[in-house]
Design a binder for this molecule. Structure first.
Ligand SMILES: [Zn+2]
Length: 90
């Protein structure tokens, strides 16, 4: 019985990490310059470096609103494709 409860708690703990990562506290404003929307996603700054979004942030994480998160996703996808085609040339 105890074995099962431990396993269950471990399972919950592992998943809580996954759930919390990328989701941010309510009321956080998007970090993109000039944007006043509520943030829905949190990214590490080095992930954001790959996109063209201009962000003001003093810590390792930045908040993005729905619109900018979409833009970031589009942006990084484009960059990845470019990188791929560059590699394929040689
Ligand atoms: Zn935004």
């Amino acid at each position: 019985m105890l074995y099962y409860t431990n396993k269950f708690f471990k399972y919950i703990l592992c998943n809580i990490d996954a759930i919390i990562m990328g989701i941010i506290a309510k009321g956080t404003i998007c970090n993109v310059t000039g944007c006043q929307n509520e943030g829905v996603r949190s990214l590490t700054t080095n992930k954001l470096d790959k996109s063209d979004l201009v962000v003001i942030s003093h810590n390792k994480h930045v908040a993005l609103c729905k619109i900018h998160y979409k833009e970031w996703k589009k942006n990084t996808k484009k960059k990845r494709m470019l990188e791929l085609s560059r590699y394929n040339k040689y």
